[in-house]
Write a protein that binds this ligand. Structure first.
Ligand SMILES: C[S@@+](CC[C@H](N)C(=O)[O-])C[C@H]1O[C@@H](n2cnc3c(N)ncnc32)[C@H](O)[C@@H]1O
Length: 249
């Protein structure tokens, strides 16, 4: 089984881990988009578009209910709303990140609805959604299995969960280079831009502790998703995983 959940430095319980994650994103919210696009040289936009393409079949279903969880400032939610051509739902437990999302949605004339909610306790009945997406949020959950179980609970038969996350590049030489970048350059630039150095020290540490892509696929299967399909993107820095819920479940 995969690691229990994220453990920001000093957190001694799941509740404390969650609180620290929420507080950290609250402090970086204002500079989040700028730091994100700069540190990834805009490749993050391509990763989100790949994730959208992988769930296109559900977005095209008339009336499908879609939740972009841990939506942050809304980049994936915006790409999903544009692809679906209708309003969706975005959820996050960090108010300042949602404020950023609301501003961007309004500015772009989009109408998705935002809810403040914890991924580990979703305010939806069983089997009430067709698609949940979560980009770079799952790694931050205080309990990975509880997150998968909760997302599975609210998905309808025939639905799907798409997780886009950082992962461990499979090529050892590239992984060494990438790890050097993420432990030196990334915290220096991210810390300077955001004014919150610990957030950009936490980032590579949380990726290092996070299971590799095959392990995540295995955990999704254990929690009731089948089939689970995934691919490495950009030499294996990131990987979208899509797990399906059987139509007769
Ligand atoms: C790295 S940001 C990703 C935001 C956005 N999905 C994106 O692709 O840019 C991670 C987000 O996950 C949210 N998050 C972390 N744990 C969460 C939880 N337990 N419930 C809801 N949101 C959570 C944070 O508040 C933050 O906005």
């Amino acid at each position: 089984m995969i690691a229990t959940g994220t453990k920001p430095e000093g957190a001694r319980s799941e509740q404390e881990a969650s609180r620290r994650v929420r507080s950290m994103f609250g402090r970086v919210a204002r500079r989040y988009d700028f730091a994100n696009h700069l540190l990834s040289a805009n490749v993050d936009r391509y990763w989100r578009n790949r994730a959208v393409a992988r769930v296109r079949d559900i977005l095209d279903r008339p009336g499908a209910r879609v939740l972009d969880l841990a939506c942050g400032t809304g980049d994936l939610l915006i790409a999903l709303e544009r692809a679906a051509g209708r309003r969706l739902i975005g959820g996050d437990f960090c108010h300042p990140m949602l404020t950023g999302a609301q501003t961007k949605l309004r500015r772009q004339g989009l109408g998705s609805v935002l809810i403040e909610s914890d991924a580990l306790s979703l305010p939806f009945p069983d089997a009430s959604l067709d698609l949940i997406t979560i980009a770079f949020g799952y790694r931050n959950l205080a309990n990975y299995r509880a997150g998968l179980t909760e997302m599975r609970r609210v998905l309808r038969p025939g639905g799907a969960l798409a997780i886009l996350e950082f992962t461990q590049p499979p090529n050892a030489a590239f992984a060494a280079l990438y790890n050097w970048y993420s432990r030196t350059i990334l915290p220096a630039i991210g810390g300077a831009i955001s004014g919150v150095p610990e957030a950009y020290k936490y980032l590579p540490e949380s990726v290092r502790r996070f299971p590799g892509a095959p392990e995540l696929a295995g955990a999704m299967r254990e929690c009731g998703f089948d089939p689970v399909e995934w691919e490495y993107l950009t030499f294996g820095i990131a990987a979208p995983h899509v797990g399906r819920v059987a139509s007769t479940a």
